[in-house]
Design a protein around this ligand. Structure first.
Ligand code: BG6
Length: 495
C-alpha cells in the first residue's frame, strides 16, 4: 500500500453534534440549539416566538442563519425535542471517548471548538474561562495519548446572538468578532494544537443554494450568499495570518464539501453545465482560499444574479496574504449534472440530481462512489499542489445491537475498505494525501436530519431519537477492523 509513513489516520466530529452540555458552564446558544430533529422525509425545524408571543416553527434551510418572521426571536419551545442539546455528551465523557480512540490507534482526532462556549454571544471583549479550560483539558488528554488534535474553528455554529442581532455573516462586523475568537484560540492552545481548519464546508452556502430549492430567477439569496462568503473568506484569511504569527508551526487548512460532479450524458451542454457546477460549487471557495484570489469565472457567476459583493482593497490584500497551508475536504458522494429533464431523481438529505444507474444509494439517498473520491483527489491535487486531507468520509446507516451487545456492521467496513483503496490509488498517482479522518468515528447527531439512528461510528452510543438512552459506549465490529487498518498503515484491509 502507498500510505506514507506518519499518515494521519483518525476520526472526525463537530462540537454541536456531539458535545451536548448546550447550556453548561456559560455556553451561549447556536442555531442548532433551536433546531428540532427531523428525518430523511421531514425537515428539521427552527423554533421561535413571534411578535405576538406565539410559538412558531419554520423548516431549517441547512447550516446558516435564516430570516425570522418580522418581530420574532429564536426560542427553545417546551414541547420540542432538540437532539443537539445533549448530543452524545462528549462534554462529560471525553476521557472515556479519547481512551477508545487511542485504543483504535488514532494518530489524529478532528473536533471543533464551539464559538459560543468561548464567546457566548460572540461580541464580548473577553472569553468565558470555563470554555477555554474545557478545550485545554480535551487537547491535553489527546496529547497524553499521542493523538494530534485537528481543530475546526467554525463548524456551522455561529453564536445565535450574532445571527439574531447582527444578521449573521452578511454583516461585516462578524469578521472582527471571528478574528477576536480565533486569536484567543491560537494563543490559548499554542503548543497543544498545530493543525487547524477555518470554516467547515464553507462552500455549502453557495453549492447547496445552487443544487436545491431556490428559484434560479431569485437573485437575493445568491447576492446574500456571495456577500456572506466574502466575509468568511476574509475572516479565514485573517485567521491564517494570525495563526501563523502566533506560531509559525501552525498548519491551517480550508475545508470544502467535496462532491464529485459528473455530466449525466455526453451532450456537450451537460459537459459545460458540469464544469460550471464545479466552478460555483467547488472552485469558487477553494480558489480564493488556496490561491488568494477569486477565479476568473467569479465575474460571470456574480453577473448571473446581479450580485456585486462589497469588498475593499484591503480585503483583497488579506486574501492574498492568508492562503491556506493544506486543502481538506469531506467526501460522501458523487452527483450527476444534466440540462435534460431527468425522470429518475435522487432525493435524500443534502443529495439531489439524476440517479446514477452505476451506483448504490444509502438509506439517506447518498451515492456510494469510491472512484469519485479518487477523481476528486486527483483533480484538486493538480489544481492546488497542496497537502490534502480527507477530513470526513463515512456511511450513515442503521445499526442493530444483538442480544449479547455486539454490533455487526460489515456494510460500514466494506464502505471504508473501498474508500481507503481509492485513496491508495490516488496516492500512487501522485496525490499528496497526508491524512484521513472518518466522519462520526463515534455515533453523533446527524447535521442534516438531526437523527441519532443515522449512525457513522466505530463506537456505538446508546442514545436514541426520542431522547432516551444511557449514553453507554460500545465497540462495533468496525472498531476492531479500523484498529488493524491503522496498525498496518492501511496494508491490512481484510475482514
Ligand atoms: C458534513 C458535515 O456535511 O456531513 C457534518 O460537515 C455532517 O457536520 C456530515 O454531520 C454528515 O451529514 P449528516 O447529515 O449525515 O450528519
Amino acid at each position: 500500500m502507498a500510505f506514507p509513513k506518519g499518515f494521519f489516520w483518525g476520526g472526525a466530529t463537530a462540537a454541536n453534534q456531539f458535545e451536548g452540555a448546550w447550556n453548561v458552564d456559560g455556553r451561549g446558544m447556536a442555531m442548532t440549539d433551536v433546531t428540532t430533529g427531523g428525518s430523511v422525509k421531514e425537515p428539521r425545524m427552527v423554533t421561535y416566538i413571534d411578535k405576538d408571543g406565539n410559538p412558531g416553527k419554520m423548516p431549517s434551510f441547512g447550516v446558516n442563519g435564516q430570516a425570522l418572521p418580522e418581530g420574532a426571536h429564536y426560542a427553545v419551545l417546551d414541547d420540542c425535542l432538540y437532539p443537539n442539546h445533549d448530543g452524545i455528551d462528549f462534554y462529560h465523557h471525553y476521557k472515556e471517548d479519547i481512551a477508545l480512540f487511542a485504543e483504535m490507534g488514532f494518530k489524529i482526532f478532528r473536533m471543533s471548538i464551539s464559538w459560543s462556549r468561548l464567546y457566548p454571544n460572540g461580541d464580548e471583549e473577553t472569553p468565558n474561562q470555563k470554555g477555554i479550560e474545557f478545550y485545554r483539558n480535551v487537547f491535553t488528554c489527546l496529547r497524553s495519548y499521542g493523538i494530534e488534535p485537528l481543530v475546526t474553528l467554525w463548524h456551522f455554529d455561529t453564536p445565535l446572538y450574532l445571527e439574531e442581532h447582527y444578521g449573521g455573516w452578511k454583516n461585516r462586523k462578524l469578521i472582527e468578532f471571528f478574528t477576536r475568537y480565533v486569536t484567543t484560540c491560537f494563543n490559548e492552545y499554542k503548543g497543544l494544537v498545530k493543525y487547524w481548519l477555518t470554516f467547515n464546508e464553507i462552500n455549502n452556502t453557495i453549492m447547496m443554494l445552487n443544487i436545491f430549492g431556490h428559484s434560479i430567477e431569485d437573485d437575493q439569496p445568491y447576492k446574500d450568499a456571495y456577500q456572506h462568503l466574502h466575509h468568511q473568506f476574509v475572516a479565514s484569511a485573517k485567521a491564517v495570518q494570525i495563526g501563523h504569527a502566533v506560531d509559525p508551526e501552525n498548519k491551517i487548512g480550508c475545508m470544502i464539501c467535496g462532491i464529485t460532479f459528473y455530466p449525466a450524458t455526453c451532450d456537450p451542454k451537460d459537459i459545460l453545465a458540469n464544469r460550471h457546477q464545479w466552478e460555483i460549487g467547488l472552485y469558487y471557495c477553494g480558489d480564493v482560499q488556496c490561491k488568494g484570489e477569486y477565479g476568473s469565472y467569479a465575474q460571470r457567476l456574480w453577473k448571473e444574479h446581479n450580485a456585486k459583493p462589497e469588498m475593499t482593497a484591503e480585503d483583497l490584500e488579506d486574501l492574498k496574504n492568508g492562503t491556506v497551508d493544506m486543502y481538506t475536504f469531506s467526501y460522501y458522494m458523487s452527483q450527476l449534472v444534466t440540462t435534460h429533464k431527468a425522470t429518475d431523481m435522487v432525493s435524500g438529505n443534502f443529495s439531489a440530481g439524476a440517479r446514477n444507474e452505476y451506483l448504490q444509494y444509502s438509506d439517506w439517498g447518498w451515492a456510494t462512489d469510491p472512484d469519485g473520491l479518487q477523481y476528486y483527489l486527483e483533480v484538486m491535487n493538480d489544481r492546488y499542489h497542496l497537502p490534502m486531507m480527507v477530513v470526513e468520509n463515512g456511511l450513515g446507516a442503521y445499526d442493530t445491537v444483538e442480544e449479547d451487545g455486539s454490533i455487526h456492521d460489515p456494510f460500514r467496513i466494506d464502505y471504508y475498505r473501498q474508500h481507503i483503496q481509492a485513496m491508495n490509488r490516488a496516492i500512487e498517482n501522485g496525490v499528496n494525501l497526508i491524512g484521513y479522518t472518518t466522519w462520526g468515528c463515534i455515533d453523533l447527531v446527524s447535521a442534516g436530519t438531526g437523527e441519532m439512528r443515522k449512525r457513522y461510528g466505530f463506537i456505538y452510543v446508546d442514545k436514541h431519537d426520542d431522547g432516551t438512552g444511557t449514553m453507554a459506549r460500545s465497540r462495533k465490529d468496525s472498531f476492531f477492523w479500523y484498529k488493524k487498518v491503522i496498525a498496518s498503515n492501511g496494508e491490512d484491509l481484510a475482514d
